[in-house]
Design a protein around this ligand. Structure first.
Ligand code: ATP
Ligand code: MG
Ligand code: MG
Length: 371
């Protein structure tokens, strides 16, 4: 059989490797650190730096096609890999998603909706934010995840505080208008080299402390909103030349309009519900697209409610969750439950039309004794 190489040893790599091995592929994982959640699900694990050309070369030579779950592979590393083997999604797409300014510029050029933003390269740019208006959010352009590297500037007073500290800010930054969103949605879109495109249903996502807490499907929105979210994702996949899967994070504002927050050219936490509510989940769809296989229907046979298990508190809920019916527990095998660390998730599955309402969902959320 042929070998699929996955760069990154986290839970997304782990679940992608399971999907790939179920389709008969050998999986070779490259992970910069151990223990790697993906290690046990791969036929082969290489531990080595993503920035070491010798490591990348040896890895690429053992693979037939390469994909990634880790987003911060350097441009030089991507060029090197692409010179040796097909890399899907393309390095060019990963580079766009690595840099919020490149991302917003690209999306706008495609005519896709993004929140109004400004590049903040230095103190002079920072000074102009007064006319841009408050509230706004400043984000590092690179390496941010789970809301890290963000500064919320609610008003003039908050801005003044930031201004006093202007020399210590991690430039370059991007300033975004704070969107007063009604809800957050996301869509997973897959495209193969034939140009076939498949979108999963959009989920509604809720965050806590910048970390995804839960996703639910169907999202409580009008059918036209579902169509619009999928239209945006499909246009993006086509225009960017996607091969693989990509997550599109969206805000729905008070008027019902959709705005793209950011994109991630890989399986996405908000798509985990597909594992138990669809026959072909996001991980298999991703592997199929990367491997040049057909992309079957994304139809959902069930409604789903995904809840992340975040360290350390949520791990206390696992024994009770093990007893639940119609709930699939996915644990990532991480030994250390550090605060804020994603340890696993639970997919609670309901017959179509049977997703409980807002009040009943609240009952299903992990509640900790101290809360
Ligand atoms: P991740 O990659 O883990 O999704 P991130 O660190 O890249 O997170 P964002 O997705 O940009 O960060 O932001 C995290 C969350 O902060 C969003 O899901 C949303 O809840 C909130 N947020 C971000 N940007 C805005 C905005 N412009 N207006 C309102 N809320 C925002
Ligand atoms: Mg992000
Ligand atoms: Mg995000």
């Amino acid at each position: 059989g042929s070998t699929i190489g996955i760069i990154g040893g986290g839970q997304l790599g782990r679940m992608s490797a399971v999907a790939a091995s179920r389709l008969g592929y050998h999986v070779h994982i490259l992970s910069a650190s151990t223990p790697a959640p993906a290690a046990e699900t791969a036929a082969k694990l290489t531990v080595g730096s993503y920035d070491d050309p010798a490591v990348l070369e040896a890895f690429a030579r053992e693979c037939d096609v390469i994909t990634f779950e880790f987003e911060n592979i350097s441009a030089a590393g991507l060029r090197q890999l692409e010179a040796l083997r097909p890399v899907h999604p393309a390095g060019r797409i990963l580079e766009i998603s690595q840099d919020r300014i490149a991302e917003k510029t690209t999306l706008s050029a495609m005519g896709l909706p993004v929140a109004s933003w400004r590049s903040v390269q230095n103190e002079d740019d920072l000074a102009t934010l007064k006319d841009f208006g408050f509230p706004l959010i400043l984000k590092t352009t690179r390496f941010g995840y789970d809301g890290k590297g963000q500064f919320r500037v609610s008003d003039e007073t908050a801005f003044q505080q930031l201004w006093n500290d202007r020399q210590n800010l991690p430039y370059p930054l991007v300033a975004e208008k704070k969107i007063d969103f009604a809800r957050e949605l996301s869509v997973m879109v897959a495209r193969n080299h034939h140009g076939d495109i498949r979108c999963f249903d959009p989920s509604e996502n809720r965050h806590r402390d910048g970390i995804l807490r839960m996703s639910m499907v169907p999202a409580p929105v009008a059918p036209e909103t579902i169509d619009e979210a999928q239209r945006i994702a499909s246009c993006l996949a086509k225009d960017i030349g996607l091969v693989g899967i990509l997550g599109v994070e969206l805000f729905q504002n008070a008027d019902g309009q959709l705005i793209i927050n950011e994109i991630a050219p890989r399986p996405h936490n908000s798509g985990h519900w597909t594992q138990n509510a669809c026959i072909i989940d996001q991980f298999e769809m991703h592997i199929r697209a990367v491997a040049g296989l057909p992309l079957p229907s994304t139809r959902r046979h069930s409604d789903g409610f995904m809840h992340n298990l975040i360290g350390p508190d949520d791990m206390a809920l696992v024994p009770a969750m093990m007893e639940e019916d119609n709930a699939a527990l996915h644990l990532y095998g991480k030994a250390e439950a550090r605060p804020g660390r994603k340890m696993g998730h639970i997919n609670r599955i309901f017959p179509r039309g049977g997703l409980p309402g807002e009040h009943a969902l609240a009952q299903l959320q992990p509640v900790h004794p101290q809360e």
